[in-house]
Design a protein around this ligand. Structure first.
Ligand code: NAP
Length: 333
């Protein structure tokens, strides 16, 4: 079997925010799989903020995408031709590299077989994949909230944030969330947040001082930049901050830039812990079991924003970065 694969390539490195025409469509003929390989038809593609880092030539720990090269990313697909006993035709597979395209050839050993028994297959990109493992790692691996503690989460209506809000509530914390619109704030309160702050309209520092006059015990920071500085100032003595991401800096020349008020962590004995979901993947089956239990208890709702078709990827990515989605943003092929 051979197919013409359609894939989205990087056409231009963005200056500032990514734009749809930073991407282009390319067609690539794929032959039959060689020994040990499989041909996969993607069913679901993931959209994630880290993809912005691949688009820069400074590179992240993941490296950079060359101009004209297909964008990498997560995908769940179905094997449609196989030269591997490990993955027969019909097997469902997760790839963390072969997103942004409709078909690909890859060694079976690079792919993770996944099952539809645990719910919709796209969950391997969301609740049971990078998103859920990250939220669980931030809340239970790093912050370990105690009942009654005040815990803050920003980008709370996003993929990681919306799961993290619910896990923190289930652990008994008092949750303060922030998001970029009143509608998103209302929604994160429906998910269980005790308070929600629209950071675009309200003064985040002033609202935190009002809602947590004794300081914040724990915070999950998805945003970085000036919001991280506000969190450091708002932290209680011996507070702890889990550094999950810095989306506010991904469009800038140095997304690794640190906060300017680091000394306050010394004054207040505040712990900043950077964490990477990759460190939690060895425990993924126990984490997934806990997420499934939370859902079965009624303590967790999984929310997706679903776009249709490969051509939706470029605009979808731009919209993700600008805050258009709720929960996990995915593209169905
Ligand atoms: N450490 C890890 O292993 C790991 C793994 C996955 C993700 N992450 C990080 O976790 C964060 C969230 O990722 P996600 O997949 O869940 O994406 P997401 O939250 O679903 O989408 C990003 C959200 O960030 C908000 N945002 C964008 N620019 C912002 C700004 N300048 N200031 C404040 N908020 C801004 C937007 O929501 P609003 O409308 O609310 O502004 C947007 O919806 C990202 O920083 C990501 O890189 C880390």
């Amino acid at each position: 079997m051979s197919v013409i694969a359609r894939q989205i390539v990087l056409a231009r490195r963005p200056e500032g925010a990514a734009r749809p025409d930073d991407f282009a469509l390319a067609e690539v003929p794929l032959g039959a799989p060689g020994a040990g390989e499989v041909l996969v038809r993607n069913l679901w593609l993931s959209l994630d903020p880290y993809m912005r880092l691949y688009m820069a030539d400074s590179g992240s720990i993941h490296g950079s995408v060359a101009l004209g090269e297909a964008m990498p990313g997560g995908a769940v697909g179905e094997v449609i031709a196989s030269a591997s006993e490990a993955l027969p035709v019909g097997a469902l597979v997760l790839s963390m590299a072969h997103g942004w395209r409709d078909h690909y050839l890859a060694p079976a050993a690079q792919l993770q077989p996944v099952s539809a028994d645990l719910g919709p297959v796209q969950r391997w990109l969301g609740l049971y994949g990078l998103t859920g493992v990250t939220a669980w790692g931030g809340i239970h691996g790093v912050l370990k909230p105690q009942p009654g503690e005040t815990l803050f989460i920003n980008a709370a209506a996003g993929a990681v944030g919306s799961i993290a809000v619910q896990l923190a509530k289930r652990a008994g914390a008092r949750v303060i969330a922030s998001a970029g619109s009143d509608a998103k704030c209302a929604w994160v309160q429906e998910l269980g947040a005790d308070h929600a702050i629209n950071y675009r309209r309200e003064d985040l520092a002033a609202r935190l001082a009002q809602l947590a006059p004794g300081g914040i015990d724990a915070a999950l920071d998805n945003v970085g930049g000036s919001q991280l500085e506000i969190l450091i100032d708002a932290a209680a003595r011996q507070g702890r901050i889990a550094l999950c991401g810095a989306i506010a800096l991904y469009d800038s020349a140095n997304y690794r830039a640190g906060p300017r008020n680091l000394f306050a962590t010394i004054e207040k004995h505040v712990t900043l812990t950077g964490f990477n979901a990759g460190f939690y993947f060895p425990e993924a089956s126990a984490i997934i079991a806990d997420l499934a239990a939370a859902e079965a208890e009624g303590a967790l709702t999984d929310t997706e924003t679903v776009l249709e078709g490969l051509d939706a990827m470029p605009q979808g990515f731009v919209d993700l970065m600008a805050g258009a989605g709720r929960g996990k943003m995915l593209v169905r092929l």
